[in-house]
Design a protein around this ligand. Structure first.
Ligand code: SF4
Ligand code: SF4
Length: 449
């Protein structure tokens, strides 16, 4: 009989999240050990992979680069440097369409097939909060499951708002995606060493991994890695969460793990918490130990059009088409998403590259592409409002967005919408509510400028 998990390492959520939905998990690749994608002939690495202004290139055409060589940087606070994911020669630097439709430069590198690490890379020892912030920046780390918020900003200590709780986000509540699950299983010691690093540098009261209970093997791996170490058992915890979308949303995770609510327009540090994605933590700890920055992503490639769904390790800058060619598709996909079915965004085309935030690529055939399904008028059933974890009224927001009513959009709190898609998922009339939420937020944002 399996040895029971020690209660000293486990902890429970303090409250339930409001609203949310229960889409089918479809974690078909949970048992798929990560495969390394064959090296592409060339990669194109966009210089806009974070929420701030794009980086500026520090390499030139014809230059030889190695894995981990700095390609671009910028001194702005909201910036994370960008490194080469391959060894080879810079062939071009020029404008391209980046994630989210932004226009910015990209660096195209022809690979030499050797994947030689940059000889200047050195471990980056961390013994203080300042060191940790510097490491996160030098590593080029951004939120790997989200909008590309630079991690060094999240980790920066503030005397007014000391961090007492660090949450490691391994919830991975989106259907299909298993890349964080595989990280927990394949990088367990690295993740737990990373938790120790956070503990030593930031000195919080606790470091908690929040993980949905549909990942029992990952929960067991993390608990076994922590158990038996008295130091670790005092400070490190694993919190299995009910499988409930969107538990992986940062503000929701803070709420269920600590009972604290992050106000609109604020980040978790405002309530004494810092949230770090579990894959981000593994990358950061690897950088601290080896000096190798963020150059590759573990990506779940799945969806009804895919023949052989699996998790792939791919260099940043690889064309999405290379991933699809490797797993095979039944027919040319009608739609390809970067990210999960709830919050992912449709790709303009499959020549677009893997970026730091790419955690999944989902390909849908015509039969399973629901984007063209019939939309009916709202029947005022209220299901969207019940499903909204932020207590918003999506129908009101839709109405105010259609008439450009900025004042009322602010009054109903459109700014707190995290575009989780729970409202659209529950709507029997198939209203495109997330699109309206995005439009409404844009109208409200433009009204401020
Ligand atoms: S997308 Fe916005 S409005 Fe819709 S459920 Fe999520 S938070 Fe609420
Ligand atoms: S769930 Fe759809 S039909 Fe029901 S109130 Fe909301 S928008 Fe209208």
């Amino acid at each position: 009989m399996a040895k029971p998990l020690p209660s000293s390492v486990l902890c429970k959520p303090v409250c339930r999240a409001r609203g949310g939905v229960h889409p089918p998990h479809n974690k078909f690749t949970a048992q798929s050990a990560t495969q390394t994608l064959p090296l592409p002939a060339a990669v194109t690495i966009p210089l806009a992979q974070h929420i701030g202004a794009p980086c500026l290139p520090v390499v030139s055409v014809g230059q030889q680069v190695f894995v981990g060589t700095l390609l671009a940087d910028r001194t702005d606070a909201l910036c994370a440097p960008i490194h080469s994911s391959v060894s080879g020669t810079v062939k071009a630097i020029g404008p391209m369409i980046c994630a989210g439709g932004r226009l910015a430069d990209g660096v195209t590198i022809e690979t030499d097939g050797n994947q030689t690490p940059d000889p200047d890379l050195q471990p980056f020892p961390v013994s203080s909060a300042e060191d940790l912030v510097a490491a996160a920046r030098a590593c080029g780390l951004v939120g790997l499951g989200g909008a590309g918020f630079p991690t060094h900003i999240k980790l920066r200590p503030s005397p007014e708002q000391p961090i007492d709780t660090i949450l490691i986000n391994a919830a991975e509540c989106e259907p299909h995606i298993t890349s964080d699950d595989r990280a927990c299983l394949e990088d367990t010691p690295l993740i737990v060493r990373g938790m120790h690093t956070l503990l030593a540098a930031l000195q919080p009261k606790q470091v908690i991994v929040g993980i949905e209970n549909n990942k029992p093997k990952a929960i067991e791996a993390l608990v076994r890695e922590i158990e038996g170490n008295p130091d670790a058992e005092n400070w490190l915890r694993v919190m299995p969460l009910p499988s409930h979308y969107p538990h992986g949303a940062e503000k929701i995770l803070v709420q269920v793990a600590t009972g604290r609510r992050v106000p609109a327009g604020k980040i978790p540090s405002f309530v004494g918490c810092s949230v770090l994605n579990v894959s981000s933590l593994a990358v950061l700890q690897n950088f601290i130990e080896t000096g190798m920055p963020l150059t590759h992503r573990r990506i779940t490639v799945d969806g009804p059009a895919v023949i052989n769904p699996q998790n792939l390790l791919a260099p940043i800058g690889t064309a999405i088409q290379e991933l699809l060619d490797f797993v095979g598709v039944h027919e040319p996909p009608a739609k390809v998403l970067s990210g999960g079915p709830m919050m992912g965004s449709a790709l303009l085309n499959t020549a677009m590259p893997v970026v730091k935030q790419t955690n999944a690529v989902l390909a849908f055939d015509k039969k399973n592409d629901l984007s063209d399904r019939h939309q009916a008028p709202c029947i005022r059933c209220g299901r969207c409002a019940t499903a909204c974890p932020m207590s918003l009224m999506p129908t009101l927001i839709e109405r105010y967005a259609k008439i450009n009513d900025i004042e009322n959009l602010r009054r109903v709190g459109v700014g707190v919408c995290m575009e989780c898609g729970s409202c659209a998922y529950s709507c029997p009339a198939h209203r495109p509510l997330v699109q309206y939420m995005r439009l409404a937020k844009e109208i409200e944002r433009k009204g401020r400028t």
